[in-house]
Design a protein around this ligand. Structure first.
Ligand SMILES: C[S@@+](CC[C@H](N)C(=O)[O-])C[C@H]1O[C@@H](n2cnc3c(N)ncnc32)[C@H](O)[C@@H]1O
Length: 238
């Protein structure tokens, strides 16, 4: 089974990412403001996870439809934030071409696939479902930031007793992917995520027919810098 189908669909995932509930109070309004679409716009929240950002899209008057691969996340979403939800895979979205005003892709949810072709396919699918002039908001971790914060702990197991898990981060030998292993509630997890360079993101946008409008380095809309913790791309479908 692919790591992303297993890791995000295990109950321990909610323990490991428990702090993201609180963080949604800041991330939700911040990312929704950067998406910057008028009330009534149809936004596909891809992936929606357990719906922690959904109320903030709704609060801005947006019509949000969520999609995710994980049944466990979708069940929690429906219980906590009832909404139109679809189980889907990024590589073949079950939506009509040009149906959406926006695609909202939060919290480093690109780069999960093993091949460049599949990762490009995800972006092509995001572009396909956008109407011309529609907006993609792609919220990625900063590559320089990740390299900096992992430099001293690379390949070292760290214990997070309060959070209830152990973690080891390593980079792939070609420096392209970050591999995060975790042990929680007796289960082992291994995220394996491509962290693209700035040039690679821009190249992929170009290939897909997305015009990059802005890269933000944080939720307050500050400009992106090499060391910024986040890279939040706002791109327009041509
Ligand atoms: C880091 S979470 C982010 C969720 C949400 N955007 C948020 O900020 O809370 C990544 C999500 O991607 C989903 N996912 C992973 N691989 C996927 C795929 N191939 N197709 C659709 N969703 C996928 C996972 O199930 C998980 O809910």
């Amino acid at each position: 089974m692919d790591w992303f189908a297993w890791d995000f669909n295990h109950p321990a995932y909610f323990t490991i990412y428990a702090d993201k509930v609180q963080e949604a109070q800041v991330e939700g309004p911040g990312l929704t403001a950067l998406l910057d679409l008028p009330p009534g716009s149809l936004v596909l929240d891809l992936p929606c996870g357990w719906g922690r950002l959904h109320p903030h899209l709704r609060a801005a008057g947006l019509e949000a439809i969520g999609g995710d691969l994980s049944p466990l996340n979708l069940v929690r979403h429906q219980a906590e934030q009832p909404a139109p939800l679809v189980r889907l895979d990024f590589r073949a979205l079950p939506f009509r071409t040009a149906c959406a005003d926006g695609v909202f892709c939060a919290y480093t949810s690109w780069g999960y696939f093993a091949t460049e072709a599949e990762n490009l396919r995800q972006l092509e699918e995001f572009t396909r479902v956008l109407r011309p002039g529609g907006v993609l908001l792609l919220d990625l971790a900063g590559r320089g930031y990740l390299q900096e914060v992992t430099a001293d702990v690379d390949d070292v197991w760290l214990d997070f007793p309060e959070e209830g898990y152990q973690e080891r981060v390593t980079w792939s030998s070609d420096d392209r992917r970050i591999i995060t292993e975790r042990i929680c509630q007796g289960a082992r997890f291994c995220h394996d995520i491509w962290i693209p360079t700035e040039a690679e993101v821009r190249g992929a946008f170009e290939t897909c027919g997305l015009e990059l409008e802005q890269v933000y380095g944080g939720l307050d809309g500050q400009p992106w810098t090499q060391s910024a913790e986040r890279r939040i791309y706002r791109a327009i479908k041509r």
